[in-house]
Ligand binder design. Structure first.
Ligand SMILES: Nc1ncnc2c1ncn2[C@@H]1O[C@H](COP(=O)(O)OP(=O)(O)OP(=O)(O)O)[C@@H](O)[C@H]1O
Length: 531
């Protein structure tokens, strides 16, 4: 699935709405919460403590402490929790840890926690966090994401009885087994989740106790086959009424009655009413739009946010800008990359097309210090995963990316983010910049600007709560040699691109002037779906 950021549309809509729901007006301010060592964290399961220590974690971050107190403390998951906390502040563990701790005392394996994320890469990243802690208390974790084999998913998710020779397995009889699922926790993308709801015999949400909607604003922006209303309908508490399948919005194809919370059959909760489905919604840019939030059907929601401003950048993020001469922006980029001397960088562009061309161009510069690869929605998943892996390992210094990578991705030791194209919207800036300065580390976000963009960028910075963004001085001695090889590199790019894309009116190369930038911006918007 190609996922490009369309935050702008959503944000423009939100800004015109300007309404804040009452429960968001008195939030818990996470900036007043202190980190807490694992030793002093109340009620932490000793085996979870060990697992965390193996991950190199000795204390919990403020947002993790705040959610822990609300869920494991006296709050006891009684309220749904909405978290707005900066990028890299540790939101994943803030929900993974309490869920795993609570489920550690479960007797029978059933699917009790569902975590939904917008992209495959993010889902696999989050699964990795659960995998690091859940097995220590006997829980198993599965994933259901696009572009992987459905049969593989089913083998991983559905508990099938062991077959004795000559005895046929009847899938309809699966309800007779006490353990309905091979996993306790499922991390999924919405499309694949709906596939299983609709088509997989034995896949059931009837025991679900926790639903996490991570990157909430992104997930609520599109309906993704109505995954959210379907999950909510299928997990209604038993006293909400009998079989809800007659409701018009539920897809007719999810005929399996096994997916519905039933009144009469208790597996895993024998003799007890079904517990309420507790929900956690999280983002660094959590929506405040009432028409979006209502879709979550929240129960006495508790809002946790960091500081008084709507958005907040990581504390140790330094923002810098470069004002580029018209027509030679790539020279500035290469000069900047050379001045960063091999540090890991992600360069963001505003479209898949620019990503591809810029990556080619950088490689035509032939600088052995700048090993660049492309990472965008234009590549197939296998290639994307390969490039990401190489970047994580440090085999690649520079990843040129469209906004496919902007949200959530956690790559260790990325010290610099470079906005080659200025982000159009504050949310895009927050998510791009947030690929560095994670987990309390320092990082820098550079933005390359043409003269005509300076004012708009200053306005954008005000919206993300950052007034200071000094100019970054590239040492002049780096420029001369780069300029000298720019024209030959550009000529090579033209040669390599023109035979493939000779369409009329198509601009090849990177000649930037205000006119081409405007037309490029329009094309970029069309490609990435922004505004
Ligand atoms: N308590 C902790 N101590 C040390 N490192 C931690 C701790 N909690 C999380 N981390 C690390 O911090 C990094 C960021 O965590 P995470 O990806 O959960 O952030 P996030 O808030 O979800 O960011 P984003 O909004 O960008 O998705 C990860 O590399 C994670 O391993």
């Amino acid at each position: 699935m190609v996922v490009e950021e369309k935050d702008g549309q959503a944000q423009a809509q939100e800004e015109t709405t300007n309404l804040v729901v009452p429960w968001m007006r008195a939030p818990v301010d996470v900036s007043h919460v202190d980190s807490c060592s694992l030793e002093t964290l109340p009620s932490l399961h000793p085996r979870l403590k060990e697992a965390l220590e193996k991950m190199g974690i000795s204390s919990l971050f403020p947002v993790q402490v705040a959610v822990w107190h609300e869920t494991i403390g006296p709050g006891g998951f009684e309220r749904d929790v909405c978290v707005n906390s900066p990028t890299g502040s540790g939101k994943t563990l803030s929900y993974a840890l309490p869920i795993v701790q609570t489920l550690s005392s479960r007797a029978v394996r059933c699917l009790r926690a569902l975590v939904v994320l917008p992209t495959r890469d993010l889902a696999l990243q989050v699964k990795g966090v659960f995998d690091a802690i859940a097995p220590s208390v006997g829980l198993s974790v599965g994933s259901a994401v696009g572009q992987s084999s459905i049969a593989g998913d089913i083998a991983q998710l559905i508990k099938t009885p062991k077959l004795d020779a000559g005895i046929c397995y009847d899938p309809e009889d699966i309800s007779q087994n006490l353990e309905s699922s091979a996993v306790d926790i499922l991390v999924a993308t919405p499309g694949r989740l709906m596939d299983h709801i609709n088509n997989t015999k034995g896949f059931t949400l009837e025991h679900l106790r926790y639903l996490v909607v991570d990157e909430t604003d992104r997930l609520l922006r599109e309906s993704y086959q109505e995954w959210l209303p379907t999950v909510l309908k299928l997990t209604q508490a038993s006293d909400d009424g009998p079989f809800p399948s007659s409701s018009p919005f539920v897809p007719s194809s999810f005929g399996s009655l096994l997916t519905i919370r039933r009144q009469s059959v208790e597996r895993g909760f024998k003799g007890k009413p079904y517990p309420r489905l507790a929900k956690l919604a999280l983002s660094a840019t959590l929506t405040q739009d009432p028409s979006k939030l209502i879709q979550l059907d929240l129960h006495h929601p508790l809002f946790m946010t960091t500081g008084a401003t709507r958005y907040r950048l990581p504390e140790k993020l330094e923002c810098l800008r470069l004002i580029c001469e018209t027509g030679v922006k790539p020279v500035y980029l290469v000069g900047l990359l050379k001045s960063l001397e091999g540090e890991k960088c992600i360069v963001f562009t505003s479209s898949v097309e620019t990503t591809r061309r810029l990556c080619k161009l950088l490689n035509f510069f032939g600088d052995s210090m700048i090993k660049a690869k492309e990472y965008s929605g234009g590549l197939n998943q296998a290639v994307r995963s390969k490039e990401l892996k190489a970047f994580r390992k440090g085999d690649i210094q520079v990843l040129i990316s469209s906004d496919a990578l902007a949200r959530g991705m956690d790559v260790e030791l990325v010290t610099n983010v470079i906005n080659y194209d200025m982000p159009q919207y504050p949310k895009t800036f927050i998510h791009r910049a947030g690929r560095t300065a994670r987990a309390g580390r320092a990082g820098r976000c550079f933005t390359l600007l043409g003269d005509h963009e300076v004012r708009r960028f200053s306005n954008l910075l005000k919206k993300v709560g950052n007034a200071s963004c000094p100019i970054y001085p590239i040492p002049p001695d780096l420029f001369g040699p780069v300029r000298a090889i720019y024209e030959p590199a550009l000529a090579k790019l033209k040669e390599s691109v023109e035979p493939i894309a000779p369409k009329r009116g198509r601009q090849v190369g990177f000649k930037h002037n205000s006119k081409t930038t405007n037309s490029q911006t329009k094309r970029n918007k069309a490609t990435s779906g922004q505004a």
